[in-house]
Write a protein that binds this ligand. Structure first.
Ligand code: HEC
Length: 135
């Protein structure tokens, strides 16, 4: 569990890179750039039972609300579902960490971060130069 926390977000972000894109994709990328470090930080905070976890989880919930709108505009149902699941699970993480229920929070965090690799696997395309773009 501990190892999973430490690596979940890193795995999600380690192989991502910048690429030229349309304006809406730039907005998505900007969100992802914020999501990455906060998610990695939250993993450590849950392990450390840090009380500021609740605020981070709530922020992630909000960001995934925006991410969901991108996929809705793109008419990609699976992307919408991944985003909704992430937002819902981070909301639960926020509530559970606020209540000091760290083990349950860890389980929800795991469900939330399963969406990272799920969506990246489905909607990330590797360009010839090694960067990634939305598909
Ligand atoms: C619904 C789809 C979806 C979900 C869910 C999702 N991502 Fe992403 N993410 C993307 C796409 C698509 C890209 C590629 C954007 C690009 O590079 O153009 C991306 C890119 C990234 C990047 C690289 C940003 C950059 O260019 O520097 C990071 C970091 C990242 N995601 C972290 C996460 C983490 C952490 C989670 C889970 C908590 C997550 N993502 C969940 C779709 C998603």
């Amino acid at each position: 569990m501990r190892i999973f926390f430490a690596t979940a977000c890193l795995l999600a972000s380690s192989s991502m890179a910048l690429s030229a894109a349309a304006p809406d994709e730039a907005a998505l990328r900007a969100s992802m750039k914020q999501i990455g470090p906060v998610c990695t930080g939250l993993a450590k905070k849950i392990t450390a039972k840090d009380a500021t976890s609740a605020a981070d989880a709530k922020q992630l919930q909000a960001w995934f609300g925006g991410v969901g709108k991108f996929w809705k505009a793109k008419k990609a149902e699976d992307g919408v579902t991944f985003s909704k699941t992430a937002a819902a699970e981070f909301k639960t993480v926020s509530k559970l960490t606020a209540a000091g229920k760290w083990d349950e929070a860890g389980a929800s965090f795991k469900k939330a971060t399963a969406t990272c690799s799920g969506c990246h696997g489905a909607h990330r395309e590797k360009a010839a130069d090694g960067s990634f773009k939305v598909k």
